[in-house]
Design a protein around this ligand. Structure first.
Ligand SMILES: [Mn+2]
Length: 338
């Protein structure tokens, strides 16, 4: 498959590269790394991310050239979609991609639908940045400090700083090489774990106040509403990482964050259905990707999510009634007590 993709890249001139909305470090890092590489490879490259790009990732090279909207008549020879389990994850540009003659799907989500004409889907890869790195090697393009920093950041953030179950040998090997090629670990972590705004701490306080634990103690649940966000003056990027507080509670196997989405109908009463994004985080013993898939979402074994239009009471009920059975972890973590 890699050979065919390289063949396609050689034959064509204009390339659109896109990654998912509400991007994380892997979505941005992979996007920039592949974009800079293909430019060195002689391609005309447009980078797309619907955003918003969190402030903590704006230190990455050339993030200011990432477009959040395309001209309605924009046309490309090839579209490359990164870190997305479905094409729809990129947002409005999916319509442009559908009209593109060749679509390449590069991803590491187990729930990837296999869309596009060519795919490299590797659920064992620690990040999409790992797959992008391998593609760059195959292309034979020299990795400069800007590309190295972008790949390093993608792997560093998607492995939770080498803490999550997806942390593999490649994560260390590639990051070691990226540091040799000019990535600065201190600079990356200083930016990624930069200072929190007071507003964000106030939002965290509100979120912590909503924690509920299921009867058997295996599930923790948090809620963030738009009212809390406007009260604390926070944006969607400030929500990132908050779920980890619910996950770290003793005995919890799965943490859930129910986040009310922005286009909630303002004039509807609180008991009417609203759009929510539900994030799931497992501790290694629960396959949260399959739970998310049951609700029409997707993700990884330990981190997944879905969107739902519901009342808050309904969704909380559904979640508290979920069966959190132990499954065989694909990472072999079978240290469950029960
Ligand atoms: Mn990723």
């Amino acid at each position: 498959m890699k050979e065919q993709i390289i063949q396609q890249l050689k034959q064509n001139k204009t390339v659109l590269i896109a990654s998912h909305t509400s991007p994380d470090g892997d979505a941005i890092g992979s996007l920039i790394a592949l974009g800079l590489t293909l430019e060195k490879f002689g391609k005309k490259v447009v980078l797309y991310n619907e955003g918003p790009i969190p402030a903590v990732y704006r230190f990455l090279p050339q993030t200011d050239r990432v477009l959040c909207a395309l001209e309605p008549d924009a046309f490309f020879d090839i579209a490359i979609v990164l870190d997305c389990s479905t094409l729809q994850r990129i947002g409005a540009a999916a319509e442009t991609v559908k009209l593109t003659p060749v679509t390449i799907n590069i991803d590491h989500h187990v729930t990837n639908t296999g869309f596009g004409d060519f795919q490299i889907i590797d659920a064992k890869a620690c990040a999409s940045a790992e797959i992008v790195y391998e593609l760059i090697k195959k292309l034979g393009v020299a990795i400069d400090a800007a590309i190295a920093t972008s790949i390093y950041t993608g792997i560093f953030t998607d492995t939770g700083s080498f803490r999550f179950a997806n942390t593999n040998l490649a994560a260390f090997a590639i990051c070691n090489e990226m540091v040799q090629l000019g990535a600065d670990p201190y600079c990356v972590s200083k930016n990624v774990y930069g200072a929190y705004s007071l507003n964000r701490i106030k939002l965290l306080n509100q979120a912590l106040d909503t924690i509920e634990i299921s009867q058997d103690g295996k599930l923790s649940m948090m809620v963030l509403t738009q009212a809390m966000m406007s009260k604390t003056g926070t944006q969607s990027e400030d929500v990132e990482g908050i779920i980890n507080y619910a996950r770290r509670i003793e005995d919890v196997k799965m943490a859930v964050l129910i986040h009310e989405l922005k286009n909630g109908h303002k004039h509807k009463p609180a008991c009417a259905p609203h759009p929510y994004h539900v994030s799931l985080r497992g501790n290694g013993n629960v396959d949260v990707a399959s739970i998310a898939a049951d609700f029409g979402g997707g993700g990884h074994h330990d981190a997944a999510g879905f969107n739902i239009e519901s009342t808050l009471a309904d969704i909380k009920n559904k979640i508290l009634n979920l069966e959190i059975g132990d499954v065989n972890s694909e990472f072999g973590i079978l240290n469950s007590e029960s």
